[in-house]
Design a binder for this molecule. Structure first.
Ligand code: PEP
Length: 251
């Protein structure tokens, strides 16, 4: 039985003060019994991590970053390594988000190297994948997501999969208000799980959580999370409001 997971991706939103207020509201709103049946993660901006790490200590909510560099250290001005994140400490990192792929040219190979850095430093990884609208309209979406998973994660050992969560995020549904139907999401999730079975083994396929992301709101979360292979959500816009984030956790 896979435990549900709801993860908030704050992106480049909130200054320190607003972010702190939002975190407090989330902490006040999420009840301990909810955390028994649903894991909750918050992926905050780098600047917030140290303060948030102190606030979330002992809360049961996992704090993560939204990116890390693919090398361990060195002359990469402005970048942040996985080791730096682990030393804050944070517990996880979001990798391969479509905005990073689209605006910062991240390829499956580079994201795969970031995954290695994260795992070597003991971080949990949420690995994002998903097709663009053009790819879906050209009916290549199954091939695209298969390639993203194989090229980014195909090198991992069975043990390393313990710290990987997948997140299917169709690019056309992110921040657009257009959600994939529960059936559209389910068929991609089922094919990704199938792929894990052939690429790694059946046990990994069964226990790896696959989240759905793309305009999830309290009013559509229940239907999406009710599908057999959807194990929770990666939430953008709705994670910036404590009530709607909480509404999704409750769903
Ligand atoms: C995201 O960016 O990870 C995301 C799912 O955004 P939104 O919920 O706003 O579509």
């Amino acid at each position: 039985m896979r435990k549900r997971l709801v993860a908030g991706n704050w992106k480049m939103n909130t200054n320190m003060q607003d972010g702190y207020r939002l975190l407090k509201d989330i902490l006040d709103g999420v009840r301990e019994n909810e955390l028994q049946s649903c894991d909750v993660h918050v992926y905050a901006p780098f600047t917030h991590l140290k303060v948030f790490s102190n606030s979330l200590n002992g809360s049961g909510i996992l704090l993560g970053a939204q990116n890390c560099h693919h090398e361990a250290s060195g002359a990469y001005t402005g970048e942040v390594s996985a080791e730096m994140l682990a030393s804050v400490p944070v517990g996880g990192v979001l990798l391969g988000h479509s905005e990073r792929r689209q605006y910062f040219g991240e390829t499956n190979e580079v994201v795969g190297q970031k995954v290695n850095q994260a795992l070597e430093n003991g971080l949990q990884v949420i690995y994002c994948f998903g097709e663009t609208l053009e790819e879906r309209e050209a009916n290549t979406h199954f091939d695209v997501v298969e390639r993203q998973i194989k090229e980014g994660l195909g090198h991992l050992t069975v043990e390393q999969w313990d710290n990987i969560t997948l997140a299917y995020e169709p690019v056309w549904a992110i921040g657009t208000g257009k959600t994939a139907t529960a059936e559209q999401a389910q068929e991609i999730h089922a094919s990704a799980r199938n792929l894990l079975g052939s690429m790694v083994n059946n046990e990994v396929a069964e226990k790896t959580r696959i989240l759905y992301g793309g305009s999830v709101k309290p009013n559509n979360a229940g239907e999406l999370f009710g599908m057999a292979d959807i194990d929770g959500g990666l939430i953008g816009g709705a994670a910036l409001n404590a009530d709607s984030f909480k509404g999704i956790i409750t769903a």
